[in-house]
Design a protein around this ligand. Structure first.
Ligand SMILES: [Zn+2]
Ligand SMILES: [Zn+2]
Length: 142
């Protein structure tokens, strides 16, 4: 998929490099989960997750657009677009920013806004219609 051609070698492990990595981690909100020893990046498009130990995004085949969307490099709209050492790409190659795809979070928030029902109201509705979680998942996924 041309993915390897995209990944630039980030050989510098000096202090500046490390602080840049930290900045990326600070920037990532919805695509980032952290515990004491490791982190995992979750693709906002296909939801594949990669566990990393202080590893730059690019080394695990991920990138992040200027808007903070984290996704696999293979979803990039232009496989030849530059990826910098921190794994950042421009919004021009981000399928979410270019409205080619929608993230789950945006789907939920947009649906909520569009149909004008709050989370609490939806929960009430679910409670009224279903007695158990099993009934709910059968309705939603079957
Ligand atoms: Zn993906
Ligand atoms: Zn984006």
């Amino acid at each position: 998929m041309g993915r390897n051609g995209q990944i630039r070698d980030n050989g510098n492990d000096n202090e500046q490099g490390l602080s840049l990595k930290s900045k990326i981690k600070m920037k990532i909100r919805h695509g980032f989960v952290s515990n004491s020893s490791s982190s995992s990046y979750v693709c906002e498009i296909c939801h594949s997750a990669t566990e990393v130990y202080d590893t730059p995004l690019t080394e695990v085949g991920f990138c992040q657009c200027d808007y903070g969307h984290v996704f696999c490099l293979e979803h990039s709209l232009n496989q030849n677009a530059p990826v910098n050492d921190d794994g950042c790409v421009t919004v021009e190659v981000c399928p979410i920013c270019k409205l080619k795809l929608i993230s789950d979070r945006m789907f939920v928030d947009y649906t909520q806004k569009r149909i004008g029902i709050s989370r609490d109201e939806m929960l009430k509705d679910i409670k009224n219609r279903f007695k158990t979680y099993k009934e709910l998942i059968e309705y939603v996924y079957e």
